[in-house]
Design a protein around this ligand. Structure first.
Ligand SMILES: [Zn+2]
Ligand SMILES: [Zn+2]
Length: 358
């Protein structure tokens, strides 16, 4: 990577290819910064399920959980400066001038620009971003831990925050993976009674460590089990698979809410609509946070010492492919994070050592 204020930036990045889950190293040139842009030297980037959804798109730079150091700022950027550690996420920009943008819902702005549009994504050693859409990482949170907060953390935090979950609530987090393990930590710090629900029997000890008071295995769910079970005010499902939605509706108290953040592969089908009418139960979805939510999320995570549990992979072609395969095979515990080398020399060394131990 070379930097010069007058000539722009030569950036090394990793893009998808025609072959699924195969990556290549590329270089591209970015123009000098405009007034509101910043140049970030990327240090780490989380690997999210959504990256896999776009992995079939050739010549795309993936990664939307990126964190790095500010190298240069445009003339109109005042809130961040050279040397600051910042993160960026899904949303690249929005119109800044509609009611959604004015009310903190910029993530739903009709003119927003979203990942993976553009070259300024996370599997890269650098990125030019709109400085109004990057987030200063609070002191004490390392780059590799801040990365997964930018999408996984933002998604579960936004879901809990926007549902106005009360600290007295009984909360269930469904799916104990990249999102769920952070959901447990947020819900616990919120003050709630927290139940982890998983299809697996072998995550109990870790779920309790992340903050769950109870652990339920959904393989045990029978009509009698559901009937007898103590019900929830709020169920947050992080599972990107089809659900037995009626089971979860039956696990809600009247006025309770089931919120989905994973995208199920098939259409959502319910049984009788009566629970929605007679018991005022709610079925909702949530997208990750915009600027307001992400700022609050980082402050909350710093205050309550919330961190993802991560597995590190080098940000090289091999490292990226291994990380993606690891996630795809369901082995990630709980978030794979790509670590960018400090400079070209370290990059060569990392490549060499990583190949040797493979
Ligand atoms: Zn994501
Ligand atoms: Zn807008």
């Amino acid at each position: 990577m070379t930097v010069s204020a007058s000539s722009g930036f030569d950036i090394t990045a990793f893009s998808t290819t025609e072959k699924l889950f195969k990556f290549k190293k590329i270089q591209y040139h970015a123009e000098p910064l405009s007034d509101y842009q910043v140049y970030i030297k990327i240090k780490a980037c989380g690997v999210c399920h959504t990256d896999m959804d776009f992995a079939g798109l050739p010549d795309t730079i993936l990664g939307h959980e990126a964190v790095g150091e500010i190298v240069q700022v445009g003339s109109k950027i005042e809130s961040i400066k050279k040397g600051d550690l910042v993160g960026f996420a899904y949303m690249k920009s929005s119109c800044l001038d509609c009611l959604l943008c004015h009310s903190g819902d910029d993530i739903m702005c009709r003119k927003r620009k979203m990942f993976p549009e553009g070259l300024n994504n996370g599997y890269s050693y650098g990125a030019v971003c709109d400085g109004r859409f990057v987030y200063k990482i609070p002191e004490g949170i390392e780059a590799k831990h801040a990365g997964p907060l930018m999408c996984a953390g933002s998604t579960v935090f936004s879901a809990i925050y926007n549902a106005n979950v009360k600290p007295t609530a009984r909360v269930a987090i469904v799916g104990i993976g990249g999102l769920g393990h952070l959901g447990l930590q947020f819900a616990r710090a919120w003050g709630c009674h927290v139940t982890a629900i998983s299809t697996s029997r072998d995550k109990e000890a870790e779920a309790l460590k992340f903050g769950a008071h109870e652990y339920w295995c959904s393989k045990d769910f029978t009509p009698e089990y559901i009937e007898k079970a103590e019900k929830f005010d709020f169920i947050l499902s992080t599972v990107a698979a089809d659900h037995d939605y009626n089971t979860f509706l039956n696990l809600l108290v009247p006025n309770g809410e089931f919120r989905l953040v994973g995208i199920p592969p098939s259409d959502i089908k319910f049984g009788p609509a009566l629970p929605f009418l007679l018991d005022q139960k709610k079925f909702t979805g949530a997208i990750l946070g915009g600027r307001k939510i992400n700022t609050l999320l980082l402050q909350f995570a710093a205050r309550h010492n919330i961190r993802p549990q991560i597995e590190e992979f080098p940000m090289t072609v091999r490292g990226i492919e291994d990380a993606i395969h690891h996630l795809h095979s369901g082995k990630a515990r709980y978030r794979a994070v790509l670590i960018a080398p400090e400079d070209e020399e370290e990059e060569k060394m990392v490549d060499y050592l990583y190949e040797a131990q493979r």
